[in-house]
Ligand binder design. Structure first.
Ligand SMILES: N[C@H](CCC[C@H](N)C(=O)O)C(=O)O
Length: 257
């Protein structure tokens, strides 16, 4: 049976999107997900997302990394899923949906999707670096020249170090560009490579920047495009966190499975 799919991208983080409201996709088939994400022998993507019905929400988003394994929250993927839900007629311009880390609200304003992220209570300091969870685990390191960095090698060294080897982590390198602007490059767990942008990573970096003199809203540049993060910070941590950026349909088609 041919599988119908849609290819979406959000600031260059790209996803195979499947309408799984009939639950016909074999989600436990890791090898299939991996082969669909393969850039030479498949459709090519950083991950695969299933849009599914849920009795209590507009929809549920089920996200797999390119290695075929179930991932945690994906910020860019979530914006793409909201755009896809609108395309399918599942929502109009607002959504309340379920993802790996719980409930999310989102709204569509022309080219932009405003995605509400879950509260973040803690940022761990690791030497001069930081570690936090914005729905997915993120290691954050400030650098002086992010363009000159070998993100693959440096990111991989942290992702496979003694602490993170078993479970993995995403690794972000951040450069301050201006008083309200940072540049972020990310090595992604599950893709095991640098991606053009990582939404939960960008969110993590903005929150860490806030601990280093930045205030909301923070503009974030990535190799794949521009995002914005807004939030409210108090003694309990960060709340009302929004990841704001575009999400676009690239093409659609069918593949034999
Ligand atoms: N690209 C995603 C992050 C995926 C996290 C994934 N790599 C994992 O650690 O399971 C994003 O836009 O937030």
């Amino acid at each position: 049976m041919p599988l119908s799919f849609y290819k979406y991208q959000g600031t260059g983080n790209d996803f195979v999107m499947v309408d799984n409201r009939k639950l016909s996709f074999p989600s436990e088939d890791e090898a299939l997900v991996k082969s669909l994400c393969d850039r030479r022998t498949g459709i090519g993507a950083d991950g695969l997302i299933l849009l599914q019905d849920h009795p209590d929400y507009d929809f549920e988003m089920v996200y797999f990394n390119a290695d075929g394994r179930l991932g945690s929250m994906c910020g860019n993927g979530a914006r793409c899923t909201v755009r896809f839900a609108k395309q399918l007629g599942v929502i109009e311009d607002v959504a309340c949906f379920l993802a790996a880390d719980g409930e999310h609200q989102a709204s569509i304003e022309r080219d932009l999707i405003l995605l509400h992220m879950n509260d973040v209570k803690e940022i761990e300091q690791v030497g001069e670096d930081y570690y936090l969870n914005t729905g997915s685990p993120h290691y954050v390191r400030f650098v002086d020249d992010v363009q000159a960095l070998d993100v693959f090698a440096e990111g991989r060294a942290i992702r496979y170090n003694e602490r993170f080897n078993a479970v993995g982590t995403n690794v972000n390198f951040v450069q301050k560009l201006a008083e309200d602007e940072i540049y972020v490059r990310t090595y992604e767990r599950g893709v095991e490579d640098e991606t053009l942008s990582c939404g939960t990573g960008v969110t993590a970096c903005a929150l860490v920047a806030s601990r280093n003199g930045f205030s909301s809203p923070i503009k974030v540049k990535t190799p794949g495009g521009d995002l914005q993060v807004t939030f409210v910070e108090n003694e309990a941590g960060f709340k009302t966190i929004y990841l704001i950026g575009p999400a676009k349909l690239v093409f659609s088609g069918t593949v034999p499975v």
